[in-house]
Design a protein around this ligand. Structure first.
Ligand code: TRP
Length: 451
């Protein structure tokens, strides 16, 4: 009896962890950001490089974060302080908290758009419109001030509310059930998309690599997207790692979550690009890509009215299970290190992120003319956080685990104190010490013109 019930408990909590980590990874990064970055970066060659980065850099960084978190048993900053007392490593945590604010600010802008599209879907707003009308509808929405800000506020409030309802209950409960439905819907949309007349050009764009378009900024974009999509480089998974029980296998979790995240991104690509070409749209149109493409697909689908409602609702939920992991980084830090109550920390952090987010949202409207180094406010936040802070954080995280932590401690954490057999340990250490740091440094510094 007791063995049985123990076994069951173990399974349930492992499932909860996978769901929470996958819930963090799978979000707007896969469905909104991945397609538009692929489109911006010329297609197939980007995809191959991206996949290479996920395997060689993404999985090792994710595993390193989980190791740091579970061993440190604290938030992103506190874990470093505990594992490296008196050293400056905690600054990696500080950088992560800064990145968390920036990401939350623009993430809530885009998630707000998704909420608007739930309402548009409910009102049957896409029916009878051609792709020109649908693009015009998107432009007229994001260039306003009031509605996008209202939705951003609603989204931020929902994120804060879930964080306030507590760690396990809050996070795991919401992550568990719904994502399989999102996958199912994406499959249906992908089928509709690849059966549109003229779809072949989109599949070739996505899967036929043309390496002549690759330059250092494409490499940096792939690196940033890999880190963003896996939720790594700023301590979100250090924070979640600290909630993982001792008996869970961190190596397996990293591989499974990365695999699921990558498959969903590719699925989103297969749903989007055939339609982009079939409807004569521009793959490199930027952050609005899915909002101008997807309504066209729903238009051409039997039951498209219902599918569009369900899809945008699920996308908003996927965004929510990601945004809570971002806010949790800040809240865990404020409660543990600054000794604030969870309530106060959550309200303060969400309010501050919303404040920054206002400028980001308006940068698609009244502030669209404001540019800093050729980028809008959204562009600056996204580029700084995704392409600079996350890779730099990831670099320092693998160096910490590969060089600073004792090898026996790393082995102990990965094998659950010797209970699990671990394969490829030496290969992993080699990647953490040499391959990953050097590769990240080359891409990062090359694109910044430092080397
Ligand atoms: N990975 C999430 C997505 O794809 C976004 C996200 C959640 C994130 N937590 C993060 C990105 C931490 C970077 C760091 O939508």
């Amino acid at each position: 009896m007791s063995v049985g019930s123990e076994g069951r408990e173990g399974f349930t909590s492992r499932f909860g962890i996978i769901c929470a980590a996958a819930g963090s990874a799978i979000g707007l990064g896969n469905i909104w950001r991945f397609p538009y970055i692929v489109g911006d970066s010329g297609g197939g060659a980007f995809l191959l490089i991206y996949l290479g980065f996920i395997i060689l850099l993404g999985i090792p960084v994710m595993l390193s974060e989980l190791i740091i978190g579970r061993r440190g048993q604290r938030n992103a900053l506190g874990s470093f302080k505990r594992l490296a007392p008196g050293k400056s490593w905690y600054l990696v945590g500080v950088m992560g908290i800064v990145a968390a604010f920036m990401i939350l600010a623009f993430y809530s802008t885009i998630a707000g758009w998704t909420l608007e599209y739930v309402i548009k879907s409910l009102g049957n707003a896409f029916s009878g419109k051609d792709s020109g009308d649908i693009s015009a509808m998107f432009t007229s929405f994001h260039s306003q001030a009031f509605r996008p800000l209202l939705w951003q506020l609603v989204f931020m409030a929902m994120t804060a509310w879930i964080i306030l309802s507590g760690v396990q209950k809050g996070i795991e409960k919401y992550a568990k059930i719904l994502m399989p439905f999102l996958v199912l819907l994406l499959i249906i949309m992908a089928i509709r998309s690849i059966t549109l007349p003229g779809a072949g050009a989109g599949l070739r764009f996505l899967f036929q690599p043309d390496f002549s378009v690759v330059n250092s900024s494409v490499l940096l974009a792939a690196l940033g997207q890999a880190f963003f999509s896996l939720s790594i480089g700023m301590g979100a998974l250090i924070t979640y790692g600290s909630y993982i029980k001792k008996q869970n296998n961190l190596g397996n979790i990293s591989v499974e979550v990365s695999l699921a995240d990558t498959l969903i991104a590719i699925l989103a690509g297969v749903a989007i690009f055939p339609a982009v070409f079939a409807f004569g749209l521009d793959p490199s149109e930027g952050p609005g890509l899915i909002y101008t493409v997807l309504p066209n697909i729903f238009q051409q689908m039997p039951g498209g009215y219902f599918f569009s409602i369900i899809f945008f609702v699920l996308l908003a939920i996927a965004a929510l299970t990601s945004s809570i992991s971002i806010l949790e980084v800040v809240v865990a830090y404020m409660t543990e290190e600054l000794k604030m109550t969870r309530k106060k920390a959550t309200i303060m952090a969400a309010t501050a992120a919303f404040f920054v987010g206002i400028f980001c949202t308006l940068s698609f409207g009244v502030l669209s003319g404001t540019s800093i180094g050729g980028l809008t406010i959204f562009g600056v936040l996204d580029f700084t956080a995704s392409n600079l802070l996350l890779p730099l954080g990831g670099l320092l995280i693998v160096v910490f685990v590969g060089w600073y932590m004792k090898r026996t401690d790393v082995r102990d954490e990965m094998s659950n104190s010797g209970l699990l057999k671990i394969r490829l340990f030496n290969a992993l250490i080699f990647i953490l010490r040499f391959i990953a740091p050097v590769a990240i440094a080359i891409v990062l510094f090359d694109s910044l013109g430092i080397i």
